[in-house]
Design a binder for this molecule. Sequence first.
Ligand code: NDP
Length: 423
Amino acid sequence: MAKFYQQSLAERHATLIAEQRLTAAQIEQLKAAAIIAPEVADSMIENQIGQFPLPLGLSFNFLIDETSYVVPMVTEEPSVIAASSNAAKIVQANGGFTTTIQERAMIGQLIFTDVSDYEAAILLVQEKEAALIEIANAAQPSLVKRGGGLRRIETRIITDDDHQPAYFTVHLVVDVQEAMGANMMNTILEATATPLKEWLDSAVLMQILSNFADTSLVTATCRIEPHTLTTTRFEGEWLAKRIAEATRYAHLDPYRAATHNKGIMNGVDAVVLASGNDTRAIEAGAHAFAVRDGRYRGLSDWKVAENGDLVGQLTLPLPVGSVGGAISVLPLAQLTQQILGISTANKLARVIVSVGLAQNLAALKALVSEGIQKGHMSLQVKSLALSAGATESELPLVVAALLENKQLNLENAHTIIAQLRQN
Ligand code: NDP
């Protein structure tokens, strides 16, 4: 028998059955879930046995830079989409989100060891800048034709824990146009590493892009009149002050900041995933940015302005692409791009950061008032009933019974289903 990675998809399925890991019926279930052509899926990852669908939903009410968007989101978590739609509606009533992008570029790192004279190394890189730009751009001529390429070179001396120089690192800042650019960047880095190593007379530890993409920062802001936050139970002005206070707290306490940022990433990841972009790259960049001054902090900022308005701001590194990677390969990524109605990475990044800010507003508003559980659990009841085994016809009855007796746990769901089946 060939090794698993050498087997065809049919052979892998047969192996799973032979080893009694899955039944023939389960293999049919796997096959039914597949929409990407098997040979495409096989070329995307290793040891592929099937596909893993996640729910795709739409978030509404997003008014961003005076344009309305319907935002596709892929998530397995209930209440994320409802929360972002609700918060976006409040922001929409206040004029919507305004976004800015300072720059859109990727950083690639060339890391050198055994450098004896760091100051001389810096001077040498400056001297060779024109030559390096030429070598880098020759490695990706199609990128240069599209208006991209190496924009600038920066040098860094990396110190150890005793503050002694330990490594010499060269940053290549590359305009990657419409791509996320990881592979392009790595090609450019490979081309520049060898001559640079010779000029510096040192050794290369590695060359790889940095996911701390602070050259791709995108900011969303919004201004909310407090009365538009008012609910049946809570007054808007009071909510605005508490949201600002909650942000201050997340700025100071990493234990809270992690959860604050997780809430933001609930929205960000869902749009990134729906667009076919790399969620891990965006997550890594966001958390590195959150700890940029040495203390892990909440990523967003909410303040009450002098006139009483609640002013929100979120800045994130968002090196997303509109082409390349899995985007052009995943059939549903094309479809979500169509729903969103945009085809540029620049606009996608503006939408993503706005969704992050909306998600954060929704979470903070709930947390500082009635608590997250009320809204969250009422939406989670359906999942709870399904996990307990409710059939399609039992589902509305189980949901109603769970909401009525308010014990939203699996044991209670099982009891309700058992009682229903006895009757
Ligand atoms: P690709 O390797 O797919 O390169 C981009 C492709 O898009 C190129 O083939 C390019 O064509 C094409 N293209 C078409 N139009 C444009 C345009 N207007 N602007 C730019 N490119 C265009 O993808 P990336 O380099 O973007 O790399 C992204 C992938 O890398 C992701 O899948 C990511 O998961 C992965 N990755 C991530 C890493 C990380 O985050 N640390 C590390 C390594 C990989 P042409 O060839 O003609 O230029």
